[in-house]
Design a protein around this ligand. Structure first.
Ligand code: PEP
Ligand code: MN
Length: 362
C-alpha cells in the first residue's frame, strides 16, 4: 500500500524535510518525488498521526497501487496536456480524428482537410503499425511520416502517431505533436522509459488485458521519467462478449477520474470494430465525462489498409462533432471546434440527430 503526502505549493525545502523526518519516524523511509510530493508505504493511520498537524501538508491519501505521481491526490487540480495550440483536460472536450494508418498522399491530405473542416483538434494516423499478424500491412514508416508532415503543415493540425519501437522514439519525438503508446505496448517498460525521457505529450492506451491500476502504473513510468504530459486512453478490453471487437469500459473512465489527475480520452473505434457503432460509443464517452475522443476516420474506408471496417467516412465527421457538442455539454464540458467551417456545424440539434443513423457495417 502506498500513501501520498501532498504539500502546499509554496512549501519550502525545510518544511518538506520536516514532513520527511516525521513520516520516517514510522520506521519506513519515505520517497521524495518533487518539491510538493512525498510517498511512503507506512500505514495510513500512522502517517496521519505523524504529519497531519503540519500546516505545510495539504493532503494525505491512500492509493490502490504504487503510482504516487499519477495519483489524483498528488495534485490540487487535474492536469492539462498540450496538443498543438489546444489542451486536453480542464473543462474542454478534444477530438482527434484520422485514419488508422497513413497510406497515400491523397488519402492523408483529403482526410486531414476533412478533419480540419469538421473542427476537430488534431489528426491521427499510424506510420508504424503494431499488427497481430506479421503478414499484415505494417505501416509506411519514414515515408508515411513525410506524408503526415505534409498534411500537418497544410492543415495546421497537430499530429498524433504511435511509437512501437524504442529505436523510433527520437525520430518521432522531433516530428510529431503527440506520441501514442498502443494497447499492445502498454507494458513495454523499455518503451515507457524512453518516451518518459522525452518532453513530447503522450497518449497512453490501456492494454486490453490491463486493469485500471496497471494502466496507471504504466503512466507512472512516463511521469517518473519527467514527462508530465500524459493522457490515458480507454479503448476497450477483452471480455467474454464476442459481438464486438472489444468491450468499451466506460466504468473505467469514472474510476480513472477517481484515481488520477491525468486527462482521459476514449477511443470508440477499436472497441466498436464496425463503423455503425462508433458514433453511439463516442457519444457515450462524451456524456460519460471523458476529456475527448480519438476516432478513426478515412476518406475512402473501403480502400483502407488497416481497420477500414471501423473507419467513419470523413463525410460523417461534421455530424459527429455536432452531436458530441451536445453530449459533452451534458457532462459539463465544452467542445470548441478548432476551425469548423462545415455548414452542418450550424444545424440545430434535432436535425442533426435525425440525420445520424447507425450504419450497417460494410
Ligand atoms: C490504433 O490506434 O490504431 C491502435 C492500434 O490502437 P490500440 O493500440 O488501442 O489497439
Ligand atoms: Mn486502428
Amino acid at each position: 500500500m502506498t500513501v501520498v503526502i501532498r504539500l502546499h505549493q509554496h512549501a519550502t525545502d525545510r518544511e518538506r524535510s520536516e514532513v520527511v523526518d516525521r513520516a520516517g519516524r514510522t520506521g519506513v523511509l519515505p520517497r521524495i518525488h518533487s518539491s510538493s510530493l512525498v510517498s511512503t508505504t507506512a500505514p495510513l493511520d500512522d502517517i496521519r498521526v505523524a504529519v497531519s498537524d503540519l500546516p505545510q501538508v495539504a493532503q494525505v491519501g491512500k492509493l490502490t497501487a504504487d503510482y504516487p505521481k499519477a495519483a489524483k491526490q498528488s495534485r490540487a487540480i487535474g492536469s492539462v496536456v498540450r496538443l498543438g495550440s489546444t489542451v486536453i483536460g480542464d473543462t474542454g472536450f478534444t477530438v482527434i480524428a484520422g485514419p488508422c494508418s497513413v497510406e497515400t498522399p491523397r488519402q492523408m491530405m483529403v482526410t486531414a482537410r476533412a478533419v480540419r473542416d469538421a473542427g476537430a483538434h488534431a489528426l491521427r494516423g499510424g506510420v508504424f503499425k503494431p499488427r497481430t499478424s506479421p503478414y499484415a500491412f505494417q505501416g509506411l514508416g519514414q515515408s508515411g511520416l513525410d506524408l503526415a508532415r505534409d498534411a500537418r503543415e497544410d492543415t495546421g493540425l497537430p499530429f498524433v502517431t504511435e511509437v512501437v519501437d524504442v529505436r523510433d522514439v527520437e525520430l518521432l519525438a522531433e516530428s510529431v505533436d503527440m506520441l501514442q503508446i498502443g494497447a499492445r505496448n502498454m507494458q513495454n517498460f523499455a518503451l515507457l522509459r524512453e518516451v518518459g525521457a522525452t518532453r513530447v505529450p503522450v497518449l497512453l492506451k490501456r492494454g486490453f488485458g490491463a486493469t485500471v491500476d496497471e494502466t496507471l502504473l504504466a503512466a507512472e513510468y512516463l511521469l517518473d521519467g519527467g514527462n508530465d504530459q500524459v493522457v490515458i486512453c480507454e479503448r476497450g478490453i477483452r471480455t467474454f462478449e464476442s459481438s464486438y471487437r472489444f468491450t468499451l469500459d466506460m466504468a473505467a473512465v469514472a474510476v480513472f477520474r477517481e484515481r488520477t489527475h491525468l486527462p482521459v480520452l476514449v477511443d470508440p473505434s477499436h472497441a466498436a470494430g464496425e463503423r455503425g457503432r462508433v458514433i453511439p460509443l463516442a457519444l457515450a464517452a462524451a456524456a460519460g465525462g471523458a476529456d475527448g475522443i480519438i476516432v478513426e476516420s478515412h476518406c475512402d474506408p473501403a480502400t483502407a489498409l488497416c481497420d477500414g471496417k471501423q473507419a467513419l467516412p470523413v463525410a460523417d465527421l461534421p455530424e459527429l462533432m455536432h452531436r458530441l457538442m451536445l453530449a459533452a455539454s451534458a457532462a459539463g464540458r465544452r467542445l470548441e471546434p478548432l476551425t469548423g467551417t462545415h455548414p452542418t456545424m450550424l444545424l440545430p440539434a434535432p436535425i442533426a440527430a435525425e440525420r445520424i443513423r447507425p450504419e450497417k457495417a460494410s
